[in-house]
Ligand binder design. Structure first.
Ligand SMILES: C[S@@+](CC[C@H](N)C(=O)[O-])C[C@H]1O[C@@H](n2cnc3c(N)ncnc32)[C@H](O)[C@@H]1O
Length: 260
C-alpha cells in the first residue's frame, strides 16, 4: 500500500473534473503494479480523455517516462471559461505537477484511427482504457482498435458497463467478448467498469486483484460472465456513504481511511 499514491487518488486527483472514482482508481493501481512487478512492458492508452482524471492517474502511477496515448477530439466547448478542452486538460496536469506528452496526444475521433496510429507512437499497449463515444458503433470500433494494438499481456478496461444510461456500451462489450470467445475474458468487474485480458493471463490478473492490499476493503465475489469467472468488487453502501460524508465535511485527505 503506497500511501502517497492513495493520498493522490483520494485527494489531489479529485480536483480534476472527470469520471474515475477512487474504487476504480485503486483497481488501476493494482493492475499496473502487478504488471510492473512481473516486468510486463508496454505503453498505456486512453480513448476519451475529457480533462484527464484517468490520464493523470496513469501518469502519477507510471511516471514521466511512460508513454500514454491520449485520444479525444478535444472539442468540448467551455463557454464560461474561455479555454479549450485541451488547454484545460494541460492546465490540470500543471496544477498536479504532472506532464502531458504532446507527441502521444491524438486529437481525433477514435473511430477514424488505425492500430498503427497508436503503436507507431508508443509500441504495444499494456493498459488500454476505453471511455470515449458510448454508442454501439463506437464501442465496436474502439474494442477492435484496442485489441489490435494490445501487447499479449495487455488489459482493456471498458467504462460505463452495466450503466442503464448507456445500454449500448454493455451491448458493445458483450458483442466483443462473444466474438473473441476463448481469446479474451473478463477478470474483474466493478460498479462502473469491466476489465478484460487475453485468456492465458486471466489467472495472473485475477490473482493481482485477489491479493492486492489496496483492494482488500471490497467484497470479492466470484461472478460467471460469458465463459469466465470474474472477481466482482462489491463496495457496500455503508462504505460509500461514510466516504461521501467525509468528503462533505471537507475531510478528503482522511476519506482514504474508509477504504483500508
Ligand atoms: C466521459 S468523458 C471521459 C472521462 C475520462 N476518461 C476521465 O477519466 O475523466 C468522455 C470523453 O470522450 C470523448 N469522446 C466522445 N466521443 C469520442 C470519440 N468518438 N473518439 C474519442 N473520444 C471521444 C469526449 O470528448 C469526452 O472527453
Amino acid at each position: 500500500m503506497d500511501s502517497s499514491i492513495r493520498k493522490f487518488i483520494f485527494h489531489d486527483l479529485q480536483a480534476i473534473e472527470g469520471y474515475i472514482d477512487p474504487p476504480d482508481a485503486l483497481v488501476f493501481l493494482a493492475v499496473l503494479l502487478s504488471q510492473e512487478s512481473a516486468s510486463l512492458q508496454g505503453s498505456l492508452a486512453e480513448i476519451g480523455v475529457y480533462y484527464g482524471r484517468s490520464y493523470f492517474l496513469l501518469r502519477k502511477i507510471c511516471g514521466d517516462a511512460a508513454k500514454i496515448v491520449a485520444i479525444d477530439p478535444f472539442d468540448i466547448v467551455n463557454p464560461d471559461r474561455g479555454t479549450t478542452q485541451y488547454e484545460r486538460f494541460v492546465a490540470g496536469g500543471r496544477r498536479l505537477g504532472l506532464s502531458v506528452d504532446a507527441e502521444c496526444v491524438i486529437k481525433s475521433d477514435s473511430t477514424l484511427l488505425q492500430p498503427e496510429n497508436i503503436t507507431e507512437r508508443a509500441g504495444a499497449v499494456r493498459f488500454f482504457s476505453i471511455d470515449g463515444g458510448h454508442m454501439l458503433h463506437h464501442v465496436a470500433s474502439d474494442s477492435r482498435l484496442a485489441a489490435a494494438s494490445l501487447a499479449e499481456h495487455g488489459i482493456i478496461v471498458f467504462d460505463d458497463t452495466f450503466n442503464p444510461a448507456w445500454p449500448e456500451v454493455t451491448a458493445g462489450v458483450t458483442d466483443f467478448l462473444r466474438e473473441e470467445a476463448g481469446r479474451f475474458s473478463v477478470f474483474c468487474l466493478t460498479k462502473y467498469k469491466t476489465y478484460v485480458c487475453r485468456q492465458p493471463f486471466h489467472e495472473f490478473y485475477a490473482r493481482a486483484i485477489r491479493t492486492s492490499t489496496d483492494l482488500k476493503a471490497f467484497e470479492h465475489i466470484e461472478t460467471a460472465f460469458l465463459g469466465s469467472t470474474a472477481i466482482r468488487l462489491h463496495n457496500p453502501i455503508r462504505r460509500r456513504i461514510a466516504h461521501e460524508v467525509m468528503v462533505g465535511l471537507g475531510l478528503r485527505a482522511l476519506s482514504e481511511r474508509v477504504y483500508r
